[in-house]
Design a protein around this ligand. Sequence first.
Ligand code: FNR
Length: 384
Amino acid sequence: MSKVASIFDLECLARERLPGVVFDYIHGGSEQQLTVQRNLDDMRALALRQHSLRDVSHRDTRVTMAGDPARIPLALGPTGLAGLTWANGECEAARAAVDFGVPFCLSTCSINSIEDVAEAINQPFWFQLYLMKDHKVNASLMRRAHDANCSALVLTIDLHTQGKRWADEKHGLAVPPRLTPANIMQMVGHPRWLANMAGSKRYTFGNFEHEIKEAGSIGSLSKWIEEQFDPSFDVNTARRVRATWQRKLILKGVMNPDDARTAIDIGADAIIVSNHGGRQLDGAPSSISVLPEIVDAVGDRIEVLFDGGIRTGGDIVKAIGLGAHACLSGRAWLYGLAARGREGVTCALTLLEQELQDCMLLTGLDNLQRIEPGVVTAQPPLGR
Ligand code: FNR
């Protein structure tokens, strides 16, 4: 097995192992991918300014995220179709998260169902909710998440329609992937993936198996989303969710101070500053660039979580240095899962933790919750 030194190695392994239709889905973003690139570029453009005359032999990375303990300030964020990268992928990732000691969030659009994950880990986890036009389905998902002992509901607010992902459209992405001649060629060309997927419990959305059976099939992913998801979703809908869900509520997809203040107003426990990893509004600013403004607007009235572009432990320090309480990751853990299943997710988490520790040692930080201003800065212009 080749040595993995970074998340970028896991990305390469994922690219090698997956058929194009699946890799392009996990890797890509919407339209021209401007926002995907901004998330990465803006994160990298930040500088870390060190204090070198400090004793950093004892470092503390532990936090609580929406009330749940985390060994490092990072949760596995919700990603749809993870179970198409590795058989029973969401259960495997959830097991890795529990063993490592970070929260796991299951997507509405997962392959394993809420109940599969509950049975696999027998511990609380987070459930991410997309609101459907059919209110009975929403109520049922919330009830199922409650019964499965989910400790937090992550309500995603940025999917009134699905961002157009050109690669997915060209592949005709469906769930399960459609057996077109091109897709069959790709699948046969990736025998390790094919053999592993043969052991999967499910091949379609686990949380909607009943509805999909009734409808026959879901056709293309984007068409299904257009038909099912609710574009009239607004602040009143979010209030109704708050009234129904008694445990922790996290609003995901906050990109401006107004929405952040509204989240406080409706009684959410946390927000996630996120542009959906550049998969929704193409042209949106990077999530790291709007983070300071949002933190300024809400102060400590709500827990501010962050995602978008986390690929190294240093990126976690940058987000926390700019005011985030903690972070979530999407692609970093997915690349691990796609490369090596549960072991790959553990590998991703271990790499991020080691890099986080190194970054703390080299910047002179013993506690991430006390990063003083000026540690994370824009790269200073060349002066004379
Ligand atoms: C996502 N994301 C996402 N978000 C969400 O609320 N529900 C979902 O079902 C999904 N599905 C999904 C699939 C894939 C393949 C990716 C890559 C992402 C967005 C995700 O939770 C997170 O916001 C971004 O992934 C963060 O950016 P990075 O870490 O991928 O750069």
